[in-house]
Structure formats: structure tokens, C-alpha cells
Design a binder for this molecule. Structure first.
Ligand SMILES: NC(=O)c1ccc[n+]([C@@H]2O[C@H](COP(=O)([O-])OP(=O)(O)OC[C@H]3O[C@@H](n4cnc5c(N)ncnc54)[C@H](OP(=O)(O)O)[C@@H]3O)[C@@H](O)[C@H]2O)c1
Length: 264
């Protein structure tokens, strides 16, 4: 079993499924405390039991990340019980739930995506910043997406929400560096989770949630600022980003039509 000993108390949102669950298991070891946030009690308790079997002390919190007051209360309580030294803002809305329809996105969908993927990240991180600064210790991880770098025609608001969380991470990394607080943004490509399974189109270079969690934890240990993976998508992305906007538009339109064609 791989062990991670640097963190005494890790808080993970979206721990009831997919990448968040894999991160929780990856960080579970004897001597570690984990506070796992989610909404689905049964799935969250199952992940908690897996982590307990690995020797961790586990607490679970049922809370919507969009609930600023609820998140603040639960986070401050968790920090009072055992000082938090890692917070992973992982919970997110994605997959089929964020795709634009034939007439685009509704205002309600746009608001839902931003409530979870942007405000949810703020609600997870901001309450603990003061403690991290006072202790001159702490790690913040934001799970953004490779889609943070290009506005995808299938999901413009989702892309914008991930770009926002990435840039927020960049800002707080620079703000918190003098206080010895580390901030890392992870921008993964496709990961095999219920979120990506809800999409019927091809997911090139997809990886398991365990492999992605491994990459992320290793990057935290190495104090990386940002990771974009897998390398194949990072390479393609750099290519598209270096092109004039109208070329990139054409390429992404072709990718979209190929994806839609393959999904029928
Ligand atoms: N899968 C991919 O291909 C991929 C690629 C790039 C980035 N990401 C990002 O990775 C993160 C994890 O996604 P995943 O693939 O592991 O998806 P997932 O299996 O669908 O898990 C999403 C998690 O987020 C939680 N969540 C969703 N809305 C929430 C809300 N309003 N309040 C609290 N928790 C909420 C869910 O909790 P409940 O189930 O308990 O409701 C669940 O634990 C997301 O930020 C996603 O955007 C995923």
C-alpha cells in the first residue's frame, strides 16, 4: 500500500465519488485525519470506511459546496478539531449535466455551474486561509480541468468556470507564497469517473481516478504550482493555444462534429 505521511489533516470536497474518493483513499494512512465532504451520504460513508480500513481517522460532512455559511461552519469546526494542512477543492459539476443544448445554455444552468465550480471553490478555500496564514503552513489544491484553457463549444460555461477556478488558484498562490502556504491547480484531461461516463463521446487518453489521484498527490509533494495532464492532451492544447483564434475555432468545430458523429 502506498503511504503519504506529510499531511496530518486533509479536507476533500466531492469525496463521495470519482476523483475525490480516489484522493481520499490515496491520502488515508494511520496517523492521518480526513474530513470528507459530499452530498450522497451512502456513497460518502463507503469511501470513509475504505479510508478507515487504511488506518485514517475519518469524519464526514454532508454539505452543498454552494452553501457558503454551511461550508464555513463545517470547515472552521474541522480546523478546530485538528488543524487542517491540506484542502482539496474537488467537488464539481460536469459531464452531461453541463453540456449546452441545441439552443445553448440556460441562465439557470449557467448559475448552477458557477455556484458549484466557482463559488463552491471559494466557499471551500476562503474560510481556512486565515488559519493557514497564522500557522504559516498549509496546502491548497484546486481541481480545475484541461478545459480551463479553451472555451469548448459543447460547454462554454463549464470551460469558463474551470478557467475561473484556475486563475483564482494562480492569484492565491501568489498571495499566499510569502506566508509559506502552497497552492496547486490540477488541470486533468479525461478521468474514468461517473462524470465522464455520462458523456457518450470518445474520451481520448482517459485515465483511472486512482492514477489521476496519484499524479495529483505526487505533484503536491513536489510543491508544483500547476499540473496539466496527460501529456498528450497538454501537447495538443499548447499547439491549439499557439494558433490564431480563427484557426483554433475551426479545429474545435471539427473536433466537436467528430465527437458528435462518433457518439451516435
Ligand atoms: N472526470 C473527468 O474527466 C474530469 C476531467 C477534468 C476535471 N474534472 C474535475 O474533477 C472533479 C471531480 O469530478 P469527478 O470526475 O470525480 O466527478 P464525479 O464522480 O461526478 O464526482 C463529483 C463530486 O462532486 C460532488 N458535488 C457535485 N456537486 C456538488 C455540490 N453542489 N455540493 C457538494 N458536492 C458536490 C459530488 O457529490 P455527490 O455525488 O455526493 O453529490 C461528487 O462527490 C470535478 O471538479 C471535475 O470538474 C473531472
Amino acid at each position: 500500500m502506498q503511504q503519504h505521511t506529510a499531511f496530518r489533516h486533509a479536507v476533500i470536497t466531492g469525496a463521495s465519488s470519482g476523483l475525490g474518493a480516489a484522493l481520499a483513499v490515496r491520502l488515508a494512512h494511520s496517523g492521518a485525519t480526513l474530513t470528507l465532504f459530499g452530498r450522497d451520504k451512502a456513497r460518502l460513508e463507503k469511501v470513509a470506511a475504505d479510508c478507515t480500513r487504511r488506518g485514517a481517522q475519518v469524519r464526514t460532512v454532508i454539505c452543498d459546496v454552494g452553501d457558503a455559511a454551511g461550508m464555513k461552519k463545517a470547515l472552521l469546526h474541522a480546523d478546530d478539531m485538528t488543524p487542517v494542512d491540506l484542502i482539496a477543492a474537488n467537488a464539481g459539476l460536469g459531464g452531461r449535466d453541463v453540456l449546452a443544448g441545441p439552443n445553448g445554455e440556460t441562465i439557470e444552468l449557467a448559475r448552477n455551474i458557477c455556484d458549484v465550480n466557482i463559488h463552491g471553490v471559494f466557499n471551500t478555500i476562503i474560510p481556512l486561509i486565515d488559519s493557514f496564514i497564522k500557522r504559516r503552513n498549509g496546502h491548497v489544491v484546486i481541481i480545475s480541468s484541461i478545459m480551463a484553457f479553451q472555451g469548448l463549444p459543447e460547454a462554454p460555461v463549464y470551460s469558463a468556470s474551470k478557467a475561473a477556478s484556475r486563475i483564482y488558484g494562480q492569484g492565491i498562490r501568489r498571495m499566499l507564497k510569502p506566508h509559506n502556504v502552497q497552492v496547486m491547480v490540477a488541470c486533468p484531461g479525461f478521468i474514468d469517473t461517473p462524470m465522464s461516463a455520462s458523456l457518450s463521446y470518445p474520451k481520448p487518453f482517459s485515465m483511472s481516478a486512482e492514477a489521476a489521484a496519484d499524479r495529483i498527490v505526487q505533484a503536491i509533494e513536489r510543491k508544483k504550482s500547476e499540473i496539466v495532464f496527460p501529456w498528450q492532451l497538454r501537447f495538443l492544447l499548447r499547439l491549439v493555444n499557439s494558433m490564431p483564434a480563427n484557426w483554433a475555432d475551426r479545429i474545435l468545430a471539427v473536433v466537436k462534429s467528430l465527437a458528435i458523429g462518433r457518439s451516435h
